[in-house]
Design a protein around this ligand. Structure first.
Ligand SMILES: NC(=[NH2+])NCCC[C@H](N)C(=O)O
Ligand SMILES: [Mn+2]
Ligand SMILES: [Mn+2]
Length: 313
C-alpha cells in the first residue's frame, strides 16, 4: 500500500458491507450490484493489495410490505428506506469503532444516509466527498420524483422542513462546510437553490473541464479539510463516470468523468491518509447488455482498489 490510512488500525482490515437494496429508486436490478461486485472477485483483489478482508455475506434487510409502507407526501417506500439505512448505519458504525475500513457496496444511493451516519457516529468531525452526476440533496419539499436516492444529503444535513418521525434516528450533525461535490451535471432547480442557500461547495463537470481533475481534488480537499486533519468519507456514485465508462446504472447522464478522472479522485484521496470509509453505489447489472455490465462491474471494483491504495507504479 502506498500510504498508510492513519485512522485505521493494524492489521488493516476492510469490512465489505454488501447492501442489496433498490428501494430508494424505481428500477429493479440495482440490488444485484453488490452480488456482482463480490462475484467479480472484489474480496481477493483487496487481499492482493495487502488488506485483511472481513465479509460474511450481504446484508439481509427486513421486509416491509408495500401495504404497510404507503408514500409519505410523494416519498416512495419511506419506512423501508429508513429502516434499511438505519441497519447499514449500525454495521458501518460498528466496523469503524473496531478500527476497520468499511467498504459499502450498493445498492442505490439512499444507503448513504446509513453509511455516512455510521461514519459520523464514530468520527463526528468527518467530512464527506460526494462523487456523482447528481447532488442527491432534494428535500421532502423539493423532490419531484419522490425517489429517496435523490435525497440522502438533505436528511444528513437536517434541512428538511417537514418532520418525518421515521427518520428521527438520523443525527444531522454534518455541517454544510464539511460536504463537497465533484462531477455534478444534472442538478434539479430546487437543489441548486439549496446548494446556494447553504453555501455548499460543488465542482461540476464545468470546473473539472476548466481546472483539470488534479486541481479540483486539491480545491475540494482545501474546502472540506483545510488542515488535512479530518477523517474523510468518500461516497462514489458510478453515474459520476461518463456512461461510456459505466453504462449499467439507473440514471446515466452524458458528459461525465473519464475512467482516469474517476480513479484519480480515489487515488488522491487515499494518498491523504485520511480516508475512513468508501461507498460504491448505483451499479445496476440489469441495465445494458452483458459486456456493458461486465465493464461497469469491473470499473466498480477498480475504483474500490484505487481508494484502498492501488497505485499505477
Ligand atoms: N443517486 C442517484 N442516482 N440520484 C438521482 C437523482 C435524480 C433526481 N435529482 C431525483 O431527485 O430524483
Ligand atoms: Mn447519481
Ligand atoms: Mn447518487
Amino acid at each position: 500500500m502506498s500510504t498508510e490510512l492513519k485512522f485505521i488500525t493494524e492489521p488493516k482490515t476492510a469490512a465489505i458491507v454488501g447492501c442489496p437494496f433498490s428501494g430508494g429508486q424505481p428500477k429493479p436490478g440495482v440490488d444485484q450490484g453488490p452480488i456482482h461486485l463480490v462475484n467479480a472477485g472484489l474480496v481477493d483483489q483487496l487481499k492482493e493489495l495487502g488488506w485483511k478482508v472481513a465479509f460474511d455475506g450481504h446484508h439481509q434487510f427486513e421486509e416491509v410490505s408495500a401495504s404497510s409502507d404507503p408514500p409519505i407526501g410523494i416519498l416512495k417506500n419511506p419506512r423501508l428506506v429508513s429502516r434499511v439505512s438505519q441497519a447499514v448505519a449500525g454495521s458501518v458504525g460498528a466496523h469503524a469503532r473496531q478500527g476497520q475500513f468499511p467498504v459499502t457496496i450498493g445498492g442505490d444511493h439512499s444507503l448513504a444516509m446509513g453509511t455516512i451516519s455510521g461514519t459520523l457516529s464514530h468520527y463526528p468531525d468527518a467530512c464527506v466527498i460526494w462523487i456523482d452526476a447528481h447532488a442527491d440533496i432534494n428535500t421532502i419539499e423539493t423532490t419531484e420524483s419522490g425517489n429517496i436516492h435523490g435525497m440522502p444529503m438533505s436528511f444528513l444535513l437536517g434541512i428538511n422542513e417537514t418532520h418525518i418521525p421515521e427518520y428521527d434516528w438520523i443525527k444531522p450533525i454534518l455541517t454544510p462546510d464539511r460536504l463537497v461535490y465533484i462531477g455534478l451535471r444534472d442538478v434539479d432547480k430546487g437543489e441548486k437553490m439549496i446548494l446556494k442557500k447553504h453555501g455548499i461547495k460543488a465542482f461540476s463537470m464545468h470546473e473539472v473541464d476548466k481546472y483539470g481533475i488534479g486541481k479540483v481534488v486539491e480545491m475540494a480537499l482545501d474546502h472540506v479539510n483545510p488542515k488535512r486533519d479530518r477523517p474523510v468519507h468518500l461516497s462514489f456514485d458510478v453515474d459520476a463516470l461518463d456512461p461510456s465508462v459505466a453504462p449499467s446504472t439507473g440514471t446515466p447522464v452524458r458528459g461525465g468523468l473519464t475512467f482516469r478522472e474517476g480513479h484519480y479522485i480515489c487515488e488522491a484521496i487515499h494518498e491523504t491518509g485520511l480516508l475512513v470509509a468508501f461507498d460504491i453505489m448505483e451499479v445496476n447489472p440489469s441495465l445494458a447488455d452483458e459486456s456493458a455490465v461486465a465493464q461497469t462491474v469491473a470499473v466498480g471494483c477498480s475504483l474500490v482498489r484505487s481508494a484502498l491504495g492501488e497505485t499505477l507504479l
